[in-house]
Write a protein that binds this ligand. Sequence first.
Ligand SMILES: [Zn+2]
Ligand SMILES: [Zn+2]
Length: 152
Amino acid sequence: MPATTTPDPRGLLREAGLRVTEPRVAVVTALADNPHSGADAIYAQVAAHMPTTSRQAIYNVLSDITSAGIARRIEPAGQPGLYELRVGDNHHHIVCQRCGAVTDVDCVTGHAPCLTPNTTNGFDLVEAEVTFWGVCTACKAATVPNSSIVPV
Ligand SMILES: [Zn+2]
Ligand SMILES: [Zn+2]
């Protein structure tokens, strides 16, 4: 369900109390277009329009908007940090084990924490972060099942 209405980057920045700068607007726009992007992918996208942007500037913007709560950073095992604008709903991710494609999954039970551990060791649980691993449809389609090469 791609129900993400493209947010207004300037509005998001202002609401979060950040100064509206061109690189910030460009990064938020890039993330709105391509959620779950790594810093390098975002840099490539922004640099296509703003060739003077430095990689470091993009990293700084990502760190600013992440601490301001506009973006969220997820780190599936074995992958670089990925950024997305969908924050605050405690959703989870399915990651393809072959190509690394990432898709969103809504909270399993609707509320955080999704999972109730047997013991919390005295912690107050705030949220659960779950990564499901699997094989995406594109990778499945690219796989020739052995059963289709049945000898006659
Ligand atoms: Zn895949
Ligand atoms: Zn997500």
